[in-house]
Design a protein. Sequence first.
Length: 634
Amino acid sequence: MLLELIDMVSEPFNLPVWSMKVGFFILLAGLIIAFITSWLYDIRREGGIVKTEPIDKVKEEDIPKSSNSWKIASYISFVVILGLIVLNVIPRTAVKVIRDKSIAVLPFDYDGPASENASYISGYCTAVHSNLCKIKDLRVLALQSTEQYRNQPESIPEIAKNLGVGYVLSARGQIINNRVRLTVNLTDASDKIIWSRPYDRQIEAVADHIDIQSEIAQLVAVELQATITPVIKKRIEKTPTTNQTAYYLNLQAKEEIWNYTENFDSINLMNAENLFRKALEYDPGYAAAYTGLAMVYNIKSLQGEVINNNYLDSALSFSDTALLYDNQLAENYAIRGVISYNSGNKKIALEAFNKAIELNPNDWEAYAYRHYYFFDNGDLAAAIENLIKSAQLNRGTMYPLLLERLGYLYGIAGFKDKAGYYIHEAYILDNDSLDFYKNMAWIEALKGNYSNTLDHLKTAHAIDTGDLVTIADIVSVYGLMGKNEEALDWCSKYFSDPELVEGFFLQSRLHRIGLIYWENGYTQIADVFFTKQIESSNRILDSDIDQENLQLAYYNLASVYAFKDEKDKAYENLTKFKAKRYIPANIVALINADPLFNNIRDEPEFQRIVRDIEAKYQAEHERVRQWLVDNDML
């Protein structure tokens, strides 16, 4: 009854959640005081306060008959109150404790008359989201996850279910003539509005914007019972610049960056660069603007066929400058990690990503890049762990790709069923049938089911008849099955001229084509393919692209030299191949069936190497299995 009364009062007056609890306990305290007072002074309904006499002067007939019954009623009331505390207060608290501390921030709706100011509201959305991301106790989905719901009529329960979150934050408003009008709603997955806050404030300084943005984040944290440490609170409330013009220009520039990631229009990238530079004209020490320029130049470095190192150097220089003005900016460490990774400085990249995640525990991209580092260094369990965290934070257009990659990691670790599960999940989301059948072919090859592998590859070929990689894989599988004549039909049609066979992904399949020509008596053309495979593998080793390709290059060299009966070179490269920390399951399956090794298959040294390869694979497989068991994921 008391709780219902306080609820009725708190909601119309828009009182915070804690006010209900405080009011309840104030009323409860007053009730207890009244009870004690009535007991001490013997307050009765019949006659008010009864002043007592010494016991020896009181006659039995003078003792009030209703006193004991009133006390008994008081005792019963007291017990009932305690029962209400147990049955009402504790369950209410418990419900909130077990609620999932996850949230999605919908794109803020702009309802102002001037469209050019819409970027300011989008900037508010980004700022509030960024503040929430800093709170380690929350799981905050990336903004890419909710972009699909911009101007879409999906209900909050549908959005929450699709994204797998407990809460959704939405807002509508405008910023015109330095006045903010904004209404923010926090809604749970059942469509219940937890709170709604109107803001109508005149902005005198950038700090006024920050006050609103930090207040929203902290109110969300209180409602979700997420811990905000003093350090995090200070980061959320920090004012990035004192110049309002620079602040607004930076908001507009971020909106252009966002638009570029959605449509890859170079005009958006050019606009972003110009706006970031203008912001620095008004505030030369604005770290966020330097970070924005680092993002722009990193994107520029990736727009050609090869990475442009000059642009990467410029991007790193902008990041360095941002560090001078603010060494606690999570976005700067994140882009710094990307720049370093693209430059080949993997250890420096790891340090930057670690710092980015420390400052922003919800940075899906930092987790995704960090998984590559652990993968390259042979720690599959850590790679899977980081990729899972990344996938938990991004349910946008990247989500199917993250699931597909996760399926690949499980596959090379030897968990074929889990690999198939994630490949299927990715297909359900993106409906990319070509990738699906190619991936399923790979999983069937892991199982040694080459007939099924071939069926999947032919289905993929029917979808895209011009995909030479799929055709080369069909040739390879025919070779593994010993069906060399069937394979020759495909080679003659698509790979008759070795000089025209180019492309990065074909470079690891040239010797498979050569094998088919050799087995069918075309030794001269076969030698050309074998030679091109050796040249291609050596180029990969010289370029130091990544550990996965380096490892495969050693294997391919060993197989060619074994077929050519150059045993010393074959064993030399096999030894380098097995020196890596882990051996992928697909290689374990391949080496036991690979006809290119038939010349040395029965030799004790080769058999010993195969045993070592299988043992190393099994050790990493078991390590990943134990991690899955420890995390209740198997």
